[in-house]
Write a protein that binds this ligand. Sequence first.
Ligand SMILES: [Zn+2]
Length: 144
Amino acid sequence: MRCIFCLHERPPSVEHVFPLAIGGRLTIGRVCKSCNSMLGSRVDAALSDFLPIRQRRAELRLAGNGQVSPLPFDMLLGVLTLAGQPERRVETKYAPTTGKLDHRLLHHAANVVLPDGKKVRQISIDARNKDQIPKIIQRERKRH
Ligand SMILES: [Zn+2]
């Protein structure tokens, strides 16, 4: 088979004309595996991960090759740093029970010199994570 992209004689692969991730069912067998892979990672991924399309995929529960449909807002999830305070990190999770995003300030530890000259380790955490204080202190003790 002569690939319609690279024009080399290579074995065909199943190419979705429109990405499976956006519901594409039409396939052709005129693209080699190498070109299909390149199209999937560059073109299809950019299209299916574009935020408005990703939101619609979540609404329609379109899975794609990964077999799992994206969650609403999952591109906004994860750990980010605060602007102007790069040492402070905020974790955002999706709460399926409420359908809302949950933002939590991750614990932060820093060496602080008190007015009397005493050096201490200061730890700050999100109040909702107070049940994790013993674990966080134990971890900080091991590190320092
Ligand atoms: Zn090719």
